[in-house]
Design a binder for this molecule. Structure first.
Ligand code: CA
Length: 517
């Protein structure tokens, strides 16, 4: 790594670039073209490439990310306090399915070793999930899961893990409110995630609002019906048969063993890469997210779509400012209308709380050089690559077919991951600039660092270093291919991600836009 001052401009029309050097650059640092810094600029932060008058446009990604609040001289640090944020893009008059790009060339011959399910979906892990109807049962289930891991799992070596699907929902909620459909279908669809092999078992308290039959109604769950009689396997803690705590634990363990036996009989088989269902998101973003990691994920997303696989991008507040790009890329006007429907729903949801999309940015984003949500959005949306958008999911819905999907979710890392699990994700890709140890118990999470400095310090938490792009040591395409190949290795169980290695498991957090009582 050399210490020559380096900066990265995303588009030739931009009048700002970001400083690439580790540790930033000092006042007086001179770039090769003669531009001299008038003050210290931290790494990832913007430097003005030309004089910008008060009220003038500040452009990055060839988009106006703000207007100068006062005169800014060339070589100055352009930080958030110098920028007025633009208004949100209107949802009227958008280009609907207008982008007519040439179809991407098919990518053939890539496979991985996965667990084929009866419904045709494919798991990347073989996990017993224990669904809970209500938070009340979490402690008892946890106790039982601990014993299952110690006493039963060693006898079923083909099963990777047992996971309690703990959540905060189920009672004390307005379960008949229209928006209650979101948390309920999320929990239902997570229970049917491909990594759980269709072996659904439920722990219920007994008196809760979310009764097992409401969560997983008979007849509507193909995987459950394939068990034979269509009945649901439920352990109810309040059943008269339970006398004392240990009898509850033993009921859960007894039922768990029925499912463990079936899961243990499964074997991996070679399946096409088209069976990957990849959810992408970012968290702890910095200005490099949109320069290194997210473009590499976008390139990889195109590879996946070309291979016939499914990719979901999400985080509504982070794509809201790029809505015109999304509606234009929709395959049909109906898909474009669904994009607008989800954005409008989210605008109204935020308005109820007297905030707007600008509530998204965190202090760490700003410290990392992202001045506002417009700049963050432009860097976030590139994760979706360039493929046509073939469908839209409302929060908690399940994927109906393959291709590139906009799965509408909040940007909250935990809620986004939870909703992508419900959609049917079997592999998760997470980019981070500031650094987060994020992981999920249900699917492997591949973490991509935006900067080499983070990748060095967090060497046993980050799976891929996209910082080499900013260092000039690799291209976006190189890192995209590296990620694609790593996905096939991880999906096949030949490699564990660092989050799997250390068992870093974030909580499931259900999105509940409905009232609690
Ligand atoms: Ca996120």
């Amino acid at each position: 790594m050399n210490s020559t001052p380096r900066r990265i401009r995303m588009h030739e029309a931009d009048n700002v670039a970001i400083v690439a050097n580790d540790g930033g650059l000092a006042e007086g640092a001179a770039f090769e073209d003669g531009l001299v810094l008038r003050e210290r600029v931290p790494q990832g932060h913007k430097v003005a490439l030309a004089d910008i008058p008060a009220g003038g446009e500040v452009r990055r990604y060839d988009v106006v990310i703000g207007r100068a609040l006062k005169d800014i001289r060339a070589g100055s640090w352009v930080h958030e306090r110098l920028l007025a944020m633009p208004e949100a893009a209107s949802l009227e008059g958008l280009p609907m399915a207008t982008a007519k790009s040439a179809p991407l060339a098919p990518l053939e011959g890539y496979t991985f070793e996965g667990y084929r399910n009866a419904d045709g979906s494919v798991g990347t892990r073989n996990i017993l999930a224990i669904t809970q109807t209500v938070q009340c049962v979490a402690g008892v289930t946890d106790f039982a899961v601990d014993r299952i891991r110690k006493e039963l799992l060693p006898r079923y070596p083909n099963v990777d893990d047992v996971v309690a699907l703990e959540h905060g929902y189920g009672c004390g909620v307005a379960i008949d409110a229209p928006d209650a459909v979101v948390p309920i279908r999320t929990l239902r669809n997570i229970s049917l995630n491909p990594n759980f092999g269709g072996e659904v078992m439920v722990v219920s308290l007994g008196c809760e609002k979310l009764q097992p039959e409401r969560l997983l109604p008979p007849g509507s769950i193909p995987l459950v019906d394939q068990r034979g009689d269509g009945s649901l396997d439920v352990v109810r803690l309040q059943d008269d048969a339970h006398v004392g705590f240990m009898s509850m634990v033993e009921s859960i363990m007894r039922q768990a063993e029925v499912h463990l036996k079936k899961l243990d009989a499964r074997r991996r088989e070679t399946v096409p890469a088209s069976e990957l269902v990849v959810g992408v998101q970012c968290g702890g973003s910095d200005a490099f997210s949109g320069v290194t990691a997210n473009p590499a994920v976008g390139f990889c997303s195109d590879l996946l779509v070309r291979a016939g696989a499914t990719v979901m991008f999400s985080e509504t507040t982070e794509v809201r400012d790029g809505v015109a790009q999304l509606t234009a890329r929709a395959t049909t006007p109906a898909v474009a209308e669904a994009v607008v429907r989800e954005m409008a729903w989210y605008d109204a949801y935020l308005q109820r709380g007297s905030v707007d999309r600008s509530a998204n940015t965190a202090p760490g984003n700003k410290a990392g050089g992202l001045s506002n949500i417009v700049e963050k959005a432009m860097g976030s949306i590139v994760k979706s690559g360039t493929a046509p958008i073939s469908g839209v999911l409302a929060p908690g819905e399940k994927l109906p077919h393959k291709g590139l999907f906009y799965a509408a979710t909040p940007a909250s890392d935990f809620i986004c991951g939870t909703l992508q699990l419900a959609a049917g994700m079997n592999l998760h890709v997470f980019t981070t600039g500031r650094g987060t140890p994020y992981g999920l118990a249900e699917v492997p999470v591949i973490k991509v660092a935006t900067r080499s400095d983070l990748a060095r310090r967090w060497h046993d938490l980050m799976d891929v270093n996209a910082g080499v792009i900013a260092d000039g040591e690799a291209t976006i395409e190189d890192v995209g291919w590296q990620l694609f190949r790593l996905m096939l290795e991880v999906a096949s169980g030949r490699r564990k991600t660092w989050a799997e290695q250390w068992k870093l498991h974030n909580a499931l957090v259900l999105f509940n836009p409905a009232p609690v009582t």
